[in-house]
Ligand binder design. Structure first.
Ligand code: NAP
Length: 436
């Protein structure tokens, strides 16, 4: 029976992998869950262990003496202020951890290492990428770009796997929907708190991001679907899976013009009939907003000539536009006062507001370009998983109610009125989980 080890076990992606392994005791009787912080409530086949991955290989080896995993799920991640630093730190965490397993002798038992990275693989943080993004797209090579820690981790994995006789799989999730506390990138928590505070303030739900992006497309990853993919990829013997990297997104394509009204309904809010002013639609954000220009050469510029787009406006510098700059919004005294009031009245986790990732959410909503990611490679390799993105966001909001991060919902239910083609809003009090 295979044994598994998960690093980053308390993270938004790692904890779902631990849960999925924990729920399948027959297949995975022994699961090691590693992180620095305290244990969560794991199933009985999960052994929690505290380990600081920034320690040296020798120090880690002492802690890992009796740990002999066959399958390693590496999801640990430490955010740093610069890409240079992130590359140094996250590269070293993976390298020293693998070295520690060599020191203890555990590496002899390892069969496969599954590394979680993400769509920064395609430079989505630098501007418009080549679309749809495919795993066969060559790695970005413009020497003006900062280093990419995913490249370093993947190179390391391939080298170490060859030397030590195990194989590997890499996943590229994007804009993860899930639940974790105090982590570095958390879309559902930050969005849920934005909605709850907007409601507390008695305002309509304005989309705070880019007017263009509101009508463009994004591909999301539900943390639970990503976990299922990890378990599938660990045991799948096909040569189409071994030593391969895969996009792991839900399999649908979504937009906020589709999900924003649903989000508003879920929280019992209304959206403005006209969300953006003509000036905002032309890219001029008002006094509450912000515009950030990204790198001069977006990723697409590296593919432009061969795709007939050299010098085209479509391969030019991209920007992040926020109608409401979320970092500044989160610092406003009326916003903080509304959260404090709400948190006190509803018995919520007071720290959740400060722990929300406003800069990240602002970036996710502000990118004024499509993020379309292909799932063809995984499907051809036999993966059949799929997830409706709205369902995953709705489920994550429900879970956050249970975690006391969000107040219980009073959603607006849109119902067809007796007059054909018109809608009437009906507010229905509903308890957590019942509207799934
Ligand atoms: N979140 C997203 O939206 C998203 C999207 C695309 C790609 N990704 C990528 O997915 C990967 C995983 O990210 P994530 O968002 O799941 O991370 P996360 O939620 O921030 O969790 C990070 C995990 O790493 C652990 N960790 C951090 N420093 C550690 C250390 N020194 N020693 C041991 N454990 C440590 C943390 O546990 P402790 O704090 O308890 O140590 C936590 O369990 C990253 O490569 C990330 O770039 C994330």
């Amino acid at each position: 029976m295979p044994s598994a080890l998960v690093t980053g076990a308390t993270g938004i992606l790692g904890r779902e992998i631990v849960m999925a392994l924990g729920q399948d005791k027959q297949t995975w009787p022994t699961v090691y869950a590693l992180s620095r912080s305290q244990k969560l409530n794991w199933p009985e086949n999960v052994k929690q262990q505290q380990l600081d991955l920034t320690a040296s290989a020798q120090e880690m080896a002492k802690e890992l003496d009796n740990v002999k995993p066959e399958y390693i799920f590496f999801t640990a991640y430490l955010a740093k202020d610069s890409e240079e630093e992130a590359t140094k730190v996250n590269g070293a965490m993976l390298e020293n951890f693998l070295e520690a397993l060599k020191i203890t002798g555990a590496s002899k038992n390892v069969k496969r290492v599954i590394l979680t990275t993400g769509a920064k693989q395609y430079g989505v943080h630098f501007g418009v990428p080549k679309q749809p993004m495919e795993e066969s797209d060559r790695w970005l090579a413009d020497s003006n770009r900062p280093p990419n820690f995913y490249y370093k981790q993947q190179q390391l994995l391939a080298e170490q796997g060859k030397q030590q006789g195990w194989d590997w799989v890499v996943t590229y999730p994007n804009d993860v929907i899930g639940v974790a506390k105090g982590n570095f990138m958390n879309l559902a928590t930050s969005l849920g708190i934005y909605c709850a505070v907007t409601k507390e303030m008695g305002k309509p739900l304005e989309f705070p991001g880019s007017p263009s992006f509101y009508t463009l497309f994004d591909c999301f990853t539900y943390s639970r679907l990503h976990a299922k993919f990890n378990l599938w990829a660990a045991l799948e013997q096909s040569p189409r899976v071994s030593n391969q990297a895969f996009n792991v997104v839900n399999g649908d394509i979504e937009s906020w013009q589709n999900m924003w009204p649903k989000t508003a309904d879920k929280f019992g809010l209304k959206i403005p009939e006209r969300m953006f002013t003509p000036e905002e639609e032309d890219g001029k954000m008002g006094e509450n907003g912000s515009v950030m220009e990204l790198m001069e050469n977006p990723p697409l510029s590296e593919f432009a000539a061969e795709r007939g787009l050299k010098g085209s406006k479509f391969a030019k510098q991209s920007r992040v536009e926020q109608k409401i700059d979320l970092v500044r919004w989160s610092q406003r005294s009326d916003v903080k006062a509304a959260w404090d009031r709400l948190a006190k009245r509803e018995g919520l986790d007071q720290d959740a507001f400060e722990k929300a990732t406003w800069g990240f959410l602002g970036f996710v909503f502000g990118r004024a370009y499509n993020i379309v990611i292909s799932m063809n490679k995984a499907r051809k390799a036999g993966w059949t998983g799929h997830q409706d993105t709205w369902d995953s966001l709705s489920e994550a909001f429900d879970e956050l109610v249970g975690e006391k991060v969000l107040p219980a919902f009073t959603p607006t239910r849109r119902k067809r009125s007796s007059v054909m083609g018109t809608e009437a809003d009906t507010t229905v009090s509903i308890l957590r989980g019942r509207d799934r």
